[in-house]
Design a protein around this ligand. Structure first.
Ligand SMILES: [Zn+2]
Length: 222
C-alpha cells in the first residue's frame, strides 16, 4: 500500500492556512455535535464562515470549479448548487473531527453528493485506522485530493447544434476509474442530461431523483 502523502493538485492543500481566530472557532466547533453546521453567532461565527469560504475557494481552484466526482461544471452556482463535500462523512461520529480538515473536503454537485454519496463509507478500505485516511490507496473511488482525476477517467465533450454529449473514458489499468463511474452512475450523465436539457425525450426509466438531478444540471449550464 502506498505510504506517502500525495497532493497532485494546485494550489497545494498546505496553502490553506487559518487565522488564529479561525483556528479557535474551528476548535470550538469540533467540540459540538455538528461542527460544520454550528452557528454560535458573533465573531466566532464570522470566523467559522471565513474558514469555510477559505476551504471552498481553495477547492474551487483545485478542481477547476467542477464537481469532484462527475466533473460537471459548477460555475455560476452559488451556495445552493455547490455542496461542500466531506469525503469521510461529517455526520458519522468517527469522522466528525475531520469536518474542517481540508484534505477531507472538496466541492461536489448536489446530484453526486445527495443522490449517490450521502453518508456512505463503502468506498473506504480501512475505515478505522486514521493513519490510512490521507492515503490514496485507502479509497476505492477517485479521491478529490489524493488522486488526479484524469489519471483514471478521461472526459470528452461533443457538441453540435442540438445536443451536447459528455463521454467518460475509463483509463486502462485504473481500478478507481470504473469504480467511480459505477458509484456515481456516470453513465446517466452520458445518456440523459443534455438531451433533456434540449427538450428531447427523457428516457422513461429515469427515476424522480434523476429528473431532479437533471433539473439541477440544467441550472449549472445557465
Ligand atoms: Zn457531480
Amino acid at each position: 500500500m502506498e505510504t506517502t502523502l500525495t497532493d497532485p493538485y494546485l494550489p497545494k492543500l498546505a496553502t490553506c492556512v487559518f487565522s488564529d481566530d479561525e483556528e479557535s472557532a474551528i476548535s470550538a466547533a469540533l467540540a459540538t455535535v455538528k461542527p460544520w453546521d454550528w452557528k454560535p453567532g458573533g465573531t466566532q461565527e464570522v470566523a467559522l464562515v471565513a474558514a469555510k469560504v477559505k476551504i471552498r475557494d481553495l477547492h474551487k481552484v483545485r478542481q477547476g470549479d467542477r464537481c469532484c466526482y462527475c466533473r460537471f461544471p459548477l460555475h455560476g452556482g452559488g451556495h445552493f448548487i455547490v455542496d461542500p463535500e466531506h469525503v469521510l462523512p461529517k455526520s458519522l461520529d468517527a469522522y466528525r473531527p475531520l469536518a474542517f480538515s481540508v484534505w477531507n473536503l472538496g466541492i461536489a454537485c448536489k446530484r453526486c453528493n445527495m443522490q449517490y454519496k450521502r453518508a456512505k463509507i463503502d468506498f473506504v478500505i480501512d475505515k478505522d485506522d486514521a493513519a490510512q485516511f490521507q492515503i490514496s490507496a485507502n479509497y476505492r473511488l477517485i479521491h478529490p485530493n489524493f488522486d488526479l482525476y484524469k489519471d483514471h477517467i478521461s472526459i470528452t465533450l461533443q457538441m453540435n447544434d442540438d445536443t451536447t454529449l459528455i463521454k467518460y473514458t475509463k483509463l486502462p489499468g485504473s481500478e478507481k476509474g470504473p469504480y467511480t463511474y459505477d458509484y456515481f452512475n456516470l453513465r446517466e450523465r452520458e445518456v440523459g442530461t443534455f438531451d433533456a436539457a434540449q427538450g428531447l425525450e427523457v428516457p422513461a426509466d429515469l427515476e424522480d431523483g434523476a429528473l431532479e438531478a437533471q433539473a439541477l444540471a440544467r441550472q449549472f449550464d445557465q
